[in-house]
Design a protein around this ligand. Structure first.
Ligand code: ADP
Ligand code: MG
Length: 253
């Protein structure tokens, strides 16, 4: 069996009395791009946000149970420090959300809160991660300008650089191109393909074509149940489950 970056066992999430994730058992393969597809409201964002503890049991309003193993530990254990964990698990959202700070400070933010103080070292990290995110050439002469002056596609690449700056193992992406124009979306897809191998990427997308283009493995989630996990080419050409077939052929969702 390939090495898993995350292993979930009987993972359940409920908002009040509304259970939206129904006992998911899934080994997510390390070093791959994994796509999570499914109709709106099926629980994709909820699932993704439990992986970095953005959603965790707090009160009666949100209840998370089961196990999520990451780096050999069950991260649903109450002793796990979420800030520490997110150093290893970066996240990028649907709307680019740079901080209202300079381009430099956006990328330096994570390393700073994790204790990097030396200016030289921060400069190196900023250059390296902006290069990784294919943004360096476009911004190297204006690192002190506000990040809010960048285009949408540039802002999203900046958010990816910000996530990579703490040298994470995983990048979680929740519909990262849905607010972008086609050219910028293509840029982000190319970037995702280049990150593969060095990082594990879990990509939530409602665009099946996007999942088909960039992922190795695709999972179909429907009403909080993991219906099928398969090689992407297999899932889209010859799915095992009838429900997957109905979804990818547009019969519902
Ligand atoms: P998806 O990302 O697949 O569209 P979500 O995970 O956002 O699905 O939502 C799954 C279900 O959980 C939906 O019915 C949604 O209304 C509900 N839900 C999502 N977030 C909350 C929340 N913070 N409080 C209560 N219900 C929520
Ligand atoms: Mg969502």
């Amino acid at each position: 069996m390939p090495e898993a970056i995350f292993k979930t066992e009987n993972l359940k999430v409920a908002y009040g009395k509304n259970q939206v994730i129904h006992g998911i058992d899934w080994n997510i393969t390390k070093g791959e791009v994994t796509a999570l597809i499914g109709p709106s409201g099926c629980g994709k964002s909820t699932f993704l946000k439990t992986l970095n503890l953005l959603i965790r049991s707090m009160s009666d309003d949100v209840k998370v149970s089961g196990q999520i193993t990451f780096s050999g530990k069950n991260i649903l254990n109450k002793k796990i420090d979420a800030i520490d964990l997110r150093k290893q698990i970066g996240m990028v959202f649907q709307q680019p959300n740079p901080f209202p700070k300079s381009i430099f400070e956006n990328v330096a933010y994570g390393p700073r809160i994790h204790g990097v103080r030396k200016k030289r070292q921060l400069e190196e990290i900023v250059e390296q991660t902006l290069t990784e995110a294919y943004l360096w050439d476009e911004v190297k002469d204006r690192l002190d300008d506000s990040a809010l002056g960048l285009s949408g596609g540039q802002q999203q690449r900046l958010c990816i650089a910000r996530a990579l700056a703490t040298n994470p193992d995983v990048l979680l992406m929740d519909e990262p191109t849905s607010a972008l124009d086609p050219i910028s979306s293509q840029g982000i897809e190319e970037l995702i393909s280049k990150l593969e191998g060095q990082y594990s990427v879990i990509l939530v997308t409602h665009q099946m074509e996007q999942a088909a283009r960039v992922s190795d493995t695709t999972a179909f989630l429907y009403m909080g149940e993991l219906i099928e996990v398969n090689k992407t080419s297999q899932l889209f050409s010859n799915p095992t489950e009838k429900q997957t077939e109905d979804y990818i052929t547009g019969k519902f969702g």
